[in-house]
Design a protein around this ligand. Structure first.
Ligand code: SF4
Length: 241
């Protein structure tokens, strides 16, 4: 089932985009994530594959270093983005024919863990819409954002992992208060404050793990009162594939 949760101007470049929720009745064949509700972001005026080809995916992906246009501009060759945009064509087509229905989207969030940003950045949609969807994800979520440097996106630290591609970037994002998800080379070591994604080591799926859900304080109520405990969970790293 496809739901168009929201449509409006991108916070990145003002182009018309939409937040699309996909929830399948059949079990997912994604071995890494397992069965999750998927939330992605797409331009409304062109298929995702066309947006990538024309460099217009910036509306939803910002300046992600994995974008084809960014790789071309910086002389880094082929885009290593893992998303197969050809597979997004049918979802895009279905969503463009739908009316916005945020209530149906919120209802879908409550069914299963949610994989926010399965394509595109959550920070490309307005904060009030993003928060409504995030707060509805009562069974947990995963979320990564490449636009973690932007001042306007700092609120997302409580919900999202900063996507980083080097130790230097990881340290920078952590200093700004983010937990990080770092993709590293096969011979690169883990940092002291990181763990290897347990999907590789234990085969656990994201839907059960849910470690990639940002950084936030926990409220603990005890006999002596209420205390706020900082999020002590480690950052996550995965080997590039
Ligand atoms: S750490 Fe957990 S939630 Fe994050 S990518 Fe790995 S399996 Fe998924």
């Amino acid at each position: 089932m496809t739901i168009k949760a929201w449509q409006g101007p991108s916070t990145i470049d003002g182009q018309d985009i939409m937040a699309v929720v996909s929830c399948e009745k059949r079990a997912s064949n994604n071995d890494k994530t397992g069965d999750m509700v998927q939330v992605g972001f797409m331009r409304t005026d062109m298929k995702p594959s066309a947006a990538v080809k024309e460099g217009k995916d910036r509306s939803i992906c910002g300046d992600c270093p994995l974008r084809a246009q960014v790789r071309k501009d910086t002389g880094n060759g082929e885009a290593p983005c893992y998303v197969n945009t050809m597979w997004k064509a049918s979802t895009w087509k279905a969503a463009t024919a739908l009316k916005e229905d945020i209530d149906a989207a919120v209802k879908a969030m409550k069914r299963k863990p949610v994989r926010f940003g399965e394509y595109g950045n959550m920070s490309s949609i307005p904060r009030e819409v993003a928060e409504e969807l995030l707060m509805a994800a009562s069974k947990g979520w995963t979320l990564y954002d490449h636009e973690w440097r932007k001042a306007d996106n700092q609120w997302l630290r409580s919900w999202a992992m900063a996507s980083v591609h080097s130790m230097a970037e990881a340290l920078e994002a952590q200093a700004r208060g983010w937990r990080t998800f770092r993709v590293r080379g096969p011979d690169d070591p883990l940092m002291d404050n990181e763990i290897q994604c347990p999907h590789r080591t234990c085969g656990v799926q994201c839907r059960d793990c849910l470690l990639c859900d940002g950084k936030r304080m926990t409220t603990i109520h005890g006999n002596l009162g209420t205390v706020l405990r900082p999020d002590m969970r480690k950052n996550i790293s995965e080997i590039a594939h």
